[in-house]
Ligand binder design. Structure first.
Ligand code: NAP
Ligand code: GCO
Length: 266
């Protein structure tokens, strides 16, 4: 492979979970631009219909599947349908995820479990469903969407940090267990990205000033800005392409330098 060929996804089938909007949508858009056929899922019919319009508006013939990634039967049926309608999955991005921002002493056990179920159990369930096809094909790429909270904690996000920390180790374990089948499993660790998930952290204050957390994150980011879903496009294509065929078990942080930075002196 030479030049840009090594970043081509021509003829590959990609499943991006939770890609109705946000980070997943941007990753799917980037994969399509690199030549991949796109399958995606979400739970809400309303989100699905809007997403299909949005993909079509960008000239992307994405196939959408209503599927809750925590439900193993639904996932197995979705993967079988994708294999029939699009192709055997070459690239999986475990992107679907939620967060609940609740102080641990106030968080109900079922709220903790729901976050773990979607952010950690589901990547196991979906990866388990696609691995047999990848093994049969003799290659595969699994990309788990991790987080700053795969490395750091903060107030009110105990369940999310536990899930994303676990997802980092699940990534390393899939890499260890299936590397011999020419399957690479890596993580992508976005910093603070402007999507619906982080909208509450960026809301303008009643007096029109910026949210304190918005100001905090910008001060903790060497590039002094929030990331955008578009910032993740190139790194995701790299991890999905032949350019990363000997990268395995790595978490690629796309955070503008947050993890490298102690923070500006007040
Ligand atoms: P988002 O805007 O809230 O989008 C989440 C997507 O996941 C939606 O399409 C949602 O659609 C889907 N989803 C949620 N639960 C699902 C389930 N059980 N089954 C199927 N689909 C489900 O989130 P985002 O900001 O794009 O984040 C995407 C991923 O990046 C998440 O894993 C998040 O933890 C991670 N991340 C985000 C940031 C950030 O700053 N935004 C940074 C680091 C990591 P439905 O509700 O219709 O199902
Ligand atoms: C939060 C944010 C973060 C980001 C992201 C950082 O409340 O701290 O939602 O968790 O979503 O995961 O990488």
């Amino acid at each position: 492979m030479k030049g840009t060929e090594m970043f081509s996804l021509e003829g590959k089938t990609a499943l991006v979970t939770g890609a109705a909007y946000g980070i997943g949508f941007a990753i799917a858009e980037a994969f399509a631009a690199a030549g991949a056929k796109i399958a995606f899922n979400c739970r809400s019919r309303e989100h699905m219909e809007k997403a299909l319009e949005d993909y079509a508006a960008k000239g992307i013939d994405a196939k959408g599947y209503l599927c809750d990634v925590t439900d193993e039967k639904q996932v197995q049926e979705m993967v079988a349908d994708i294999e029939k309608e699009v192709g055997v999955i070459d690239i999986l991005v475990n992107n679907a995820g939620i967060i609940k921002r609740i102080p641990m002493t106030e968080m109900k056990a079922e709220e903790f479990r729901e976050v773990i179920d979607i952010d950690l159990n589901a990547p196991f369930i979906v990866s388990k469903a696609v691995l047999p096809g990848m093994i049969k094909k003799g290659h595969g790429k699994i990309i788990n969407v991790c987080s700053m909270m795969s490395e750091l904690g903060r107030e009110t996000v105990s369940a999310y940090a536990a899930a994303k920390g676990g997802l980092k180790m699940l990534t390393k374990n899939i890499a260890s267990e299936y590397g011999e089948y020419n399957i690479q499993c890596n993580g992508i660790g976005p910093g603070y990205i402007a999507t619906p998930q982080t909208a509450p952290l960026r809301e303008k204050q009643p007096d029109g000033s910026r949210h304190p957390f918005d100001q905090f994150i910008v001060s903790k980011t060497p590039q002094a800005r929030w990331g955008t879903p578009e910032d993740l496009m190139g790194p995701a294509v790299f991890l999905a392409s032949g350019a990363s065929d000997f990268v395995n078990g790595h978490i690629l942080y796309v955070d503008g330098g947050i993890l490298a930075y102690i923070g500006k002196q007040p």
